[in-house]
Design a protein around this ligand. Structure first.
Ligand SMILES: *Cc1c(COP(=O)(O)O)cnc(C)c1O
Length: 385
């Protein structure tokens, strides 16, 4: 490797991977162009089989985005008006948008200050409050595997089983992660994946999938993604949506999936480099016992907003891109704060989610970073402390 440390550093790098598989991409895209089967072509089923095998689940259903995957899973449960859907306040907006689109009420739950994932004690507390106030039915929990780190699925599953709620895994940032040696996809009642370009497995546009072990549930997801169709194309059994994955995106994902295992190992290697250089100087996302993160992002916590601003500046000066995921907790978003206020009469505060938004910073994370680049990133961070 000649002068590896002088290469520019990207927050995400889709180019390096494309260079590795360009010939295969051209071949598979050309095959779709030649076949003309742009919707539900054979690549879609081939991808579904390979995704299911990779995740170790029985069924994968390709859909048009991670957001639509979440929506289809909620529609399949019949979730709507009068239903409470519990989800972390510190996540991407899509997690909260879906229950609202279906007429349900999101109930924001605080997150753990170390793992940044849903706080189980706070979840229990808010489920009890919803039941005590009696206006909404507790129906589902959407657990998010933030930045690639699995949420505590055995605990979420236990709470959902006890309360008769559906456990939906928003694994949009975490495809490939493992918990107790099982990949995400095998946890909860179903898992939603996103193939947005910057995710651990990304396409060249929008895409997503639902993973489940249940054959009936998979059939229902297939029906819902195609306007609720039944056995024949023009039999409509239920209100569905147009939520299919494109054949072209499936073809692109088929070129990328064979790289994923190695890319996950590379992401872990980058995380180890960062951890060695940063631990003890800044707080990094904690591990969960038994979990192997997919490292969709690598996020650090600074002491306060002022220190974060200094680190952002020193990184910028050193040519190290950073980003803030997320600058606002969802209960403070203009679109959601009235819903938050209406969900519970006596909603406890969400102090951890609020504090994380002022202190979090995400560093470059992709499989094609080398150790010299990791050095430069960490030097820039430390220079700003
Ligand atoms: C990216 C993301 C989504 C949405 O996925 P899209 O494919 O962009 O619709 C949902 N939840 C989380 C946590 C995400 O990071």
């Amino acid at each position: 490797m000649d002068m590896p440390t002088t290469r520019p550093i990207a927050l995400f790098d889709m180019r390096a991977q494309q260079d590795l598989i360009r010939a295969e991409l051209d071949r598979r895209i050309a095959a779709v162009l030649d076949s003309g089967r742009f919707v539900q072509g054979p690549e879609c089923q081939e991808l579904e089989e390979k995704l299911a095998a990779f995740a170790g689940v029985a069924h994968a259903v390709g859909v048009s985005s991670g957001t639509d995957a979440l929506q289809i899973a909620m529609m399949a449960e019949g979730i709507g008006r009068g239903d409470a859907v519990f989800l972390p306040a510190f996540t991407y907006t899509a997690t909260a948008e879906v229950p609202l689109v279906l007429g349900a009420t999101p109930v924001f739950v605080d997150v753990d200050p170390h793992t940044f994932n849903i706080d189980l004690a706070d979840l229990e507390r808010r489920v009890a409050l919803v039941k005590a106030e009696g206006n909404l039915r507790p129906r589902a929990v959407i657990g998010v595997d933030l930045f690639g780190l699995p949420a505590d699925w055995p605990a979420i599953e236990a709470i959902c089983a006890r309360e008769g709620m559906f456990a939906l895994d928003d694994a949009a940032q975490a495809f490939g992660a493992r918990l107790h040696n099982k990949r995400l996809g095998a946890w909860g009642g179903a898992a939603a994946l996103s193939f947005y370009p910057t995710k651990t497995l990304g396409c060249y546009g929008d895409g997503g999938a639902l993973l489940t072990d249940d054959a009936e549930q998979a059939d229902l997801y297939r029906s819902l993604r195609t306007h609720g169709e039944g056995k024949t194309r023009y039999e409509v059994l239920r209100t569905g949506m147009n939520g299919r994955l494109d054949t072209l995106q499936a073809a692109i994902l088929l070129c990328k999936l064979p790289l994923l295992e190695d890319e996950l190992a590379s992401r872990t290697r980058v995380a180890v480099w960062y951890g060695e250089r940063l631990r003890g100087r800044v707080q990094v996302q904690a591990d969960l016992a038994g979990a192997e993160s997919a490292y969709g992002l690598y996020s650090i916590l600074l002491a306060d907003a002022a220190q974060r601003a200094r680190v952002q500046e020193s990184c910028k000066a050193a040519g190290v891109p950073t980003a803030i995921y997320y600058p606002l907790p969802l209960h403070h978003q203009p679109a959601y704060r009235d819903h938050h206020a209406a969900a519970l009469r006596d909603a406890p505060p969400l102090p951890v989610s609020e504090a994380l938004c002022t202190r979090i910073l995400s560093l470059p994370m992709h499989p094609y970073l080398d150790e010299g680049q990791a050095d430069r990133v960490c030097e820039a961070v430390v220079a700003g402390l």
